[in-house]
Design a protein around this ligand. Structure first.
Ligand code: SF4
Ligand code: SF4
Length: 317
C-alpha cells in the first residue's frame, strides 16, 4: 500500500476507479454506511457526497499502545477494495503503519495535516502509557503521552478507535504496570468520541466520520462517550439466540447438542446482556458473521475495563 499526504482531497472518485473500485461498488459501500447509521438506502448519495467533498478535513491517525488490530479490521474487512476506498474517501493523511513516508518525511506529513486549513480529525488507536512520564511507549523518540498531549487538543474532534484508546484495553488490565489509560482519562478528561471494540467495527468508524461530515456536528454520546447511533442497544437485544434465552434454553458446553442447535451461550460466559454494540446488526467480514452467531460467547469487548470486569470470559457473571 502506497499512501501520500493530501491524496484524498481531490478527485477521489476518479482515483477509486483507477484502483478498481467502480461507482457501483462505491455506492454499495455508501449504502451500507447509511444503513449502519440507521438511515435508509436513499441516504447513500449524501454519504457519497460527504466522502468525496473537497473541503473535508484531514484525518490524522495516531498509533499508541496497541496491537494494530483495529487498523487491520478497517483495511481488511471489505476486500479487495477497502484500502483504496478508505484512504481516498476520508482523506487519511497520516497513518504511521501504512503510509509510504518514513522519518522526517513522515513528521512533515503530520505537521502538514495538523496545520491544514480545513482542520483535522484525530483518530487514536491504542492506550496512553502514563507511568514515569510515559517512557514505556515511544514513537520517533517522543513518548506517546507527549504526542497525545500535543496533537489531540489541536483537532476538531478526537475519535478513539478500539477499547485501548477508549478505556485502556488489555494494556490497562490489572496490575497495569505502565499505568496505561484511555485518551480522555490520560489527558485530564478531554472530550473524545469513543468507538470501543476489540476490534472496532470499521463501519462504526466510517459512520462516525460520515456523521460529522454530513451534520457538521458530533453524534450524541452515552455516559461512556460512545455514539448512541452504534452503541445504543445491548448485543443481547438483537441476538438471534434471544428466543432461547427467553425460553431458558442454554448450551451447557461447546460440544453439546444444545450448542449445535443454537441455544443461548449465557452459561458459557456470554456477556451480551451487559455489552452495548451493534455486532448482531452490522456483523463483521463483509457482513458474513459475528462471534455469537459463530458459536462463541460475547466477551464484552466494548465495555470499559472488560479485561478485568468481564473475565473470566467462560463463566457467567
Ligand atoms: S447468546 Fe449471549 S447475547 Fe445471545 S441471547 Fe444468549 S446471552 Fe444474550
Ligand atoms: S460480540 Fe461482544 S465481544 Fe464480540 S465483538 Fe461484539 S461486543 Fe465485542
Amino acid at each position: 500500500m502506497r499512501f501520500s499526504v493530501g491524496l484524498g482531497k481531490d478527485g477521489a472518485e476518479k482515483r477509486l476507479e483507477q484502483n478498481g473500485v467502480s461507482r457501483r461498488d462505491f455506492m454499495k459501500f455508501c449504502a451500507t454506511t447509511a444503513a449502519v447509521m440507521g438511515m435508509g438506502p436513499a441516504f447513500a448519495p449524501q454519504v457519497a457526497e460527504a466522502l468525496t467533498q473537497k473541503k473535508r478535513p484531514s484525518v490524522v491517525y495516531l498509533h499508541l499502545a496497541e496491537c494494530t488490530g483495529c487498523s487491520e479490521a478497517v483495511l481488511r474487512t471489505v476486500s479487495p477494495y477497502i484500502d483504496a476506498l478508505i484512504l481516498d474517501t476520508i482523506s487519511l493523511d497520516y497513518h504511521e503503519t501504512i503510509m509510504a513516508a518514513a522519518g522526517h518525511a513522515a513528521e512533515e506529513a503530520l505537521h502538514e495535516a495538523v496545520n491544514s486549513e480545513d482542520g483535522f480529525i484525530c483518530v487514536v488507536e491504542g492506550a496512553v502509557p502514563t507511568a514515569d512520564g510515559g517512557v514505556y511507549g515511544k514513537v520517533g523518540g517522543n513518548t506517546m503521552y507527549d504526542i497525545a498531549k500535543e496533537i489531540v487538543p489541536k483537532s476538531i474532534a478526537t475519535i478513539c478507535i478500539g477499547t485501548c484508546a477508549c478505556y485502556g484495553g488489555v494494556q490497562a488490565a490489572a496490575p497495569n504496570p505502565t499505568k496505561a489509560m484511555g485518551v480522555s482519562k490520560a489527558l485530564g478528561g478531554v472530550p473524545t468520541i469513543n468507538l470501543p471494540g476489540c476490534p472496532t467495527n470499521p463501519f462504526n468508524f466510517v459512520g462516525t466520520v460520515v456523521y460529522y461530515l454530513t451534520h457538521k456536528s458530533l453524534p450524541e454520546l452515552d455516559a461512556n462517550g460512545r455514539p448512541n447511533l452504534f452503541y445504543g442497544e445491548a448485543v443481547h437485544d438483537n441476538c438471534p439466540r434471544l428466543v432461547h434465552f427467553n425460553n431458558d434454553e442454554f448450551a451447557p458446553s461447546f460440544a453439546s447438542e444444545e450448542a449445535r442447535k443454537g441455544y443461548c451461550l449465557y452459561e458459557l460466559g456470554c456477556k451480551g446482556p451487559d455489552t452495548y454494540n451493534n455486532c448482531p446488526k452490522v456483523k463483521f467480514n463483509n457482513k458474513t458473521n459475528w462471534p455469537v452467531e459463530a458459536g462463541h460467547p460475547c466477551i464484552g469487548c466494548s465495555e470499559p475495563d472488560f479485561w478485568d470486569e468481564m473475565s473470566p470470559f467462560y463463566e457467567s457473571l
